[in-house]
Design a binder for this molecule. Structure first.
Ligand code: KIV
Length: 288
C-alpha cells in the first residue's frame, strides 16, 4: 500500500504559487484514474463536465447533469483522498440564479467531499461567484474557451486574438478575482495574454493551452493518454497511448477466444470427482 501523502489545501496551493513552484492539475472522471492521479501527486484534480464527451460520448458538455457530476466526483474522491478536488458546475446548474448556483455548488461539497467548484464566465457570473464564496465554497473561474458557450464562441478555437477581445479577458479575470475566485483557469488564450493576467493576479492562474507563463498547467486526462477517439487538440501533449494498449489487448482477446487459446487451465476451477458424481446423481434423480 503506497504511503498516503498530505492533503493538498488552499494554503498549500498559495504557498506553491508564492514560491514559483508550478501547480499541476488534470481532469479525472473515475476511481481507477483518480487512484493513479493520487499516486502521481497531482495538486488539483478537476472532475470536468468534459466527461460528457470523454466518458459519456456526447458531442458537447451541454447534456451533462448535476447527478452525473456528483456520481463521478464521488468516485474520484475515493481514488484521490488528498488531491484538491474541484467539481465542475455543469450547464444550467448556475446560469439561472445565485440561489441555484449556491445549492448546486453545495452538493459538490456535501455529497462528493469536493474542495471547491469551477464555473465558466467572467463579469456576467460574478454575482454567482460572490454568492458561492459567501457560502464558504472556494470557486475557480474559467475564461477563454468556455465549452458551455461553444456555440456563441463559434467553435473550439483560440479566444482573445484581438486586442479588444484580449482586454475583455483581462478585465474578466480581474472581476473574478475581485468577486472572490480562488484561482482562474485560462483555456486556449494567447500566451502573452495569459502572461499579462498571471503577472497581475493575486490568485493562481492555470493554463490549458495558454502557454507556460501561468502558475500551473492543466491537461485533459483522456488527451494525455490517447483515450479520446474523436480528436486530440493541438494543445494536448500525449504522455502515453493507453488507448492503443487497450485496443491491442482487445484484439488479442478476440483472437484467443475465437481460437480457444483462452481460457487457459490455470484460469478456471474444477469440482472434486465425488462432488461431480453427486451432482450427476441429483440431476438424474430429477429426470427420473
Ligand atoms: O470540463 C472540463 O474538463 C473543463 C476543462 C476543459 C477545463 O472545464
Amino acid at each position: 500500500m503506497a504511503e498516503q501523502r498530505k492533503k493538498v489545501t488552499l494554503p498549500v496551493l498559495f504557498d506553491k504559487m508564492a514560491k514559483n513552484t508550478p501547480l499541476t492539475m488534470v481532469t479525472c472522471y473515475d476511481y481507477p484514474m483518480a487512484y493513479l492521479v493520487e499516486q502521481a501527486g497531482i495538486d488539483i484534480v478537476l472532475v470536468g463536465d468534459s466527461l460528457g464527451m470523454t466518458i459519456l460520448g456526447f458531442d458537447s458538455t451541454l447534456p451533462v447533469t448535476m447527478n452525473d457530476m456528483i456520481r463521478h466526483a464521488q468516485a474520484v474522491r475515493r481514488g484521490t483522498p488528498s488531491g484538491w478536488l474541484i467539481g465542475d458546475m455543469p450547464y444550467m446548474s448556475y446560469q439561472a440564479s445565485d440561489e441555484s448556483a449556491v445549492l448546486n455548488a453545495g452538493r459538490f461539497m456535501a455529497e462528493a467531499a469536493c474542495d471547491g467548484i469551477k464555473l465558466e464566465g467572467g463579469v456576467e457570473v460574478c454575482s454567482r461567484v460572490r454568492a458561492i464564496v459567501a457560502a464558504g465554497i472556494p470557486v475557480m473561474g474559467h475564461l477563454g474557451l468556455t465549452p458551455q458557450s461553444v456555440s456563441s464562441l463559434g467553435g473550439f478555437r483560440l479566444q482573445g486574438k484581438s486586442g479588444k477581445q484580449a482586454k475583455k479577458i483581462v478585465d474578466d479575470a480581474k472581476a473574478l478575482e475581485d468577486a472572490g475566485a480562488m484561482a482562474i483557469l485560462l483555456e486556449l488564450v494567447p500566451d502573452q495574454v495569459c502572461q499579462i493576467i498571471t503577472e497581475r493576479s493575486k490568485v493562481p492562474i492555470i493554463s490549458l493551452g495558454s502557454g507556460p507563463n501561468a502558475h500551473g498547467q492543466l491537461l485533459i486526462f483522456h488527451d494525455m493518454f490517447g483515450l479520446y477517439p474523436r480528436f486530440t487538440p493541438k494543445m494536448a501533449k500525449q504522455y502515453g497511448n493507453a488507448g492503443k494498449v487497450i485496443a491491442d489487448g482487445l484484439k488479442e482477446y478476440v483472437n484467443e477466444v475465437t481460437s480457444k487459446a483462452f481460457p487457459e487451465p490455470e484460469r478456471y476451477f474444477g469440482i472434486k470427482e465425488e462432488e461431480l458424481a453427486e451432482l450427476k446423481r441429483l440431476i438424474a434423480e430429477d429426470n427420473a
